[in-house]
Design a protein around this ligand. Structure first.
Ligand SMILES: [Zn+2]
Length: 413
């Protein structure tokens, strides 16, 4: 590609500030390597006036209240709010965002930070009319692909390959439901990530997003594609449109009733003794099948004191685990290290260990702490809607193609 074309494309990208994949990709080399943890906000000062006073939106504030703190009488505040309305209604202000009052030689200026890339500017023209204008930061985006085979550790090899820490964390997050990063990574596992970074006109990184990624873990390939649905919700899906996040079954067993609920080990004020119950007891007939509530790996299978026949499953990269006790017997093939799928039968209700009748004692742990299984709330992890599926497939195919193309040639253009 000629220098002239590159320059033209960079200019276009600057003018439109949009994530044009190809346009952005041509300028991979020239951008700085600098990485910031958080998106840096465009500041009210960027609007050109000398800032004299800044007020942050607090809980319960209205634009009127803040403008009064900035020294405007209520009639003037009303004028400002009215002038802003067609550009950005100041009913929509957010806690933590800043208002600023400043001045140039000839004007009074009030600014409000709408978001990371926009400031609403209001100028008092000739002392009587307020004029509103939205100042947008020029953002240039670039798309890059990084791939690596794990020789040492994910963090080491990914950093060496040029993936910033924040993107490594995002990658881990993305596949956390399918891959146990703490225990299951092996030498020879590999990944490929296509991501977009945004830079402001000073070359500072102001945002980053994974667009698509694939991860090969012990021969199994997982793929994730970022997709924004028609409602504006953004999630990662596999190439079939299944959500990479998972949800758990509501209960592991068809039960007749809950015979004992979750209690923490607080001294009972009346009975005077401490008795914790770290799970839920589901009364059910002996022999009723017990299902794994989510995909995961069996980390314990065997007799465990009062629990009797016991299975523990690690889910979601070890953030969650579930335990199933008092089984009459295990399902065929259960063993430590085995992967189970959501809904798989792992055993059958019984009363082994310390139990007065047949029931399933079920525990749910989150980061090692027992929580009430009946209070675990799950964000529904819905697949791509049927009516959007063909649009999604098209996009997924395109993203994966781009990622593959990029990898073969090292760079585009
Ligand atoms: Zn119990």
């Amino acid at each position: 590609m000629t220098q002239y074309l590159k320059a033209l494309m960079i200019l276009l990208a600057i003018l439109f500030g949009v994530p044009l994949l190809i346009l952005a990709a041509v300028q991979t080399k020239g951008m700085p390597e600098q990485v910031v943890q958080h998106q840096e906000w465009i500041t009210p000062e960027a609007s050109g006036a000398n800032t004299q006073q800044v007020e942050q939106v607090r809980s319960g504030d209205t634009a009127g209240v803040i403008l009064s703190r900035l020294g405007f009488p209520s009639a003037e505040a009303a004028n400002i709010i009215a002038a802003a309305k067609p550009i950005y209604p100041l009913k929509n202000i957010h806690i933590g965002h800043k208002f600023a009052r400043g001045a140039t030689d000839s004007e009074v200026v009030v600014s409000y930070q709408v978001d990371a890339n926009q400031v609403l500017n209001l100028r008092l023209i000739q002392g009587h009319t307020w004029q509103a204008e939205m100042i947008k930061r020029k953002v240039v985006s670039r798309v890059d692909v990084v791939s690596a085979t794990i020789q040492d550790s994910l963090f080491w090899d990914a950093s060496k390959a040029g993936l910033a820490d924040n993107l490594i964390l995002k990658l881990v997050d993305m596949f956390a439901w399918d891959i146990d990063f703490a225990r299951d990574l092996r030498k020879g596992d590999a990944f490929k990530v296509m991501f977009e970074e945004k830079f402001d006109d000073e070359g500072k990184q102001v945002g980053y997003t994974i667009l698509a990624a694939s991860f090969t873990n012990r021969g199994r390939v997982f793929t994730g594609i970022r997709y924004e649905n028609q409602k504006g919700e953004i999630e990662y899906y596999d190439d079939q449109g299944r959500n990479l996040r998972k949800t758990y079954l509501k209960s592991p067993v068809k039960y007749s009733r809950i015979s004992s609920r979750f209690r923490t080990s607080r001294l009972h004020p009346v009975l005077g003794y401490t008795r914790a119950h770290r799970g839920v007891d589901y009364a059910a007939k002996s022999g009723t099948p017990i299902h794994a509530i989510g995909d995961g790996k069996i980390v314990y299978k065997g007799w465990k004191g009062g629990y009797g026949r016991f299975i523990e499953i690690r889910h979601n990269n070890g953030i969650h685990s579930t335990a199933y006790a008092h089984m009459s017997r295990y399902a065929r093939g259960m063993r430590k290290g085995k992967y189970v799928k959501q809904g798989d039968v792992i055993g059958y209700v019984g009363m082994s260990g310390l139990a007065t009748g047949p029931h399933l004692h079920f525990e749910f742990r989150s980061r090692g702490r027992a929580v009430n299984p009946l209070k675990v709330k799950h964000n529904p992890a819905k697949p791509v809607r049927k009516d959007e599926l063909s649009a999604f497939r098209l996009k997924a195919k395109e993203m994966l193609r781009l990622m593959a193309t990029f990898d073969q040639s090292g760079t585009w253009g």
